[in-house]
Design a binder for this molecule. Sequence first.
Ligand code: XMP
Length: 514
Amino acid sequence: MQKNETILILDFGSQYSQLIARRIRENHIYSHIVSCRISAEELRKEAPAGIILSGGPASVYQENAPKCDPAIFRLGIPILGICYGMQLTTLTLGGEVKRGAAREYGKALLHHEGDSPLFAHIPETAQVWMSHGDKVSRIPEGFRRTAFSDNTEFAAIEDPERRIYGIQFHPEVVHTPQGKELLHNFCFSVCHCSGSWNMQSFIEASTEEIRRKTDGGKVILGLSGGVDSSVAAALLHHAIGDRLTCIFVNNGLLRKNEAARVQQIFGDAFRIPLKYVDASDLFLQKLAGVCEPEAKRKIIGNTFIEVFDKAASELTDVQFLAQGTTYPDVIESISIDGNPSAVIKSHHNVGGLPATMHLKLLEPLSHLFKDEVREVGRQLGLPEELIMRQPFPGPGLGVRVLGEVTGENLNVLRNADTIIVDEMKNAGLYYKIWQTFGVFLPVRSVGVMGDERTYDNVIAIRSVESQDGMTADWVRLPYELLDKISRRIVNEVHGVNRVVYDITSKPPSTIEWE
Ligand code: XMP
């Protein structure tokens, strides 16, 4: 990755900052978000090809309204201010912003005029998305208007000399259909990017960086079998070979064949040194008699740390702990409230650092979105089944066997879950849906099988669509498919005589049942 190919986004608290980064990256240009408090000096050193000032919920007149270092406007780096970013640009450079005029929210028709490079190939009248209270009422010296709408006199402005641009609408959202084109114009025509960033160039740059950072040192990584840790393992192995050791803890709460498959892929196919620790008995012992969900989660989490740390301390000369942290984990913490440096959220699936080992943290995927992580995995040769895996909770089936977790209940769930996954795959739906899985309910109900009465457990099917796991809607799976899954479970899984379908969304329910 060349440094001068980066577009930096200064975040003023917009809910859309992540989307801006996504849109830029779709143009094969690397983009990442930094706090609006970054100094002009830091920016000068970073030397990005362009800077975007994001929108934000504040009014520029509000007390404590987030501001940026005014010297940023004198760096000579092209700037695009979006919404709040445009208003701040106007105010800082001597124009005027009218306070709290009638709020404009929703679709608007934009008319552009002149020959602004931002609007090249965009129809003269185009739909855009507005969301603002204040608006620019007088533009700074050197600027000219390039677009207006019925409600907004200055919908777009520019100073081509200084290469500073402002737009009142949001180009990053889908309700601005030509927004992608506009951002493309900014990156290519104004910032002169070449668009050479892709996952191959990411792998090359990141390989170099990992080698430089580790400088011959040894690295350990907690492999969970999930997408993020798997791709991190493949990337690190690509960069430093056998200096990486993965630790894979079997907590006895994995799905059928999962432990064997992970060992097969990483140990056999990739030949990554893999320390496999089968701690199933220990986890089950500790969980015996425990029914309360939070208590179960705590026990699973703490036992994991204990087992992981013990396994790690048996390895000698390790200097680094790698984690599969991804960009969304990082972004949330780029706060405008005075904390410019990103604080990484603790990762669900990885143990604590063994204090005595003084390991340094390595997070090679911390700049990538999930689909980019998947693409890196693909390019490094990981199998599709692993790359497209659905999210799986750290505590595993421990939170899908309701009530007490016993070996017997786990087996019933494993067998039912395998049928659900198989049938979803047969129907061509498994990889299209966020999550589909079974939940074991220790509720005995009466059934008849042949001439006999049964008194067995219930399996609930959970299938949800979601973007990020924060909210979710239950999926309207075809009746025929549900019917097939239900019949197969009751016929093939000993201990189940009833199957139910969970038709609640999140909120008010959660995706997992515990
Ligand atoms: P909930 O149940 O909170 O789940 O609606 C939201 C998403 O997070 C996953 N999940 C977890 N992932 N460790 C994880 O790594 C956990 O402890 C955990 N609990 C829930 C869940 O599968 C869903 O995708």
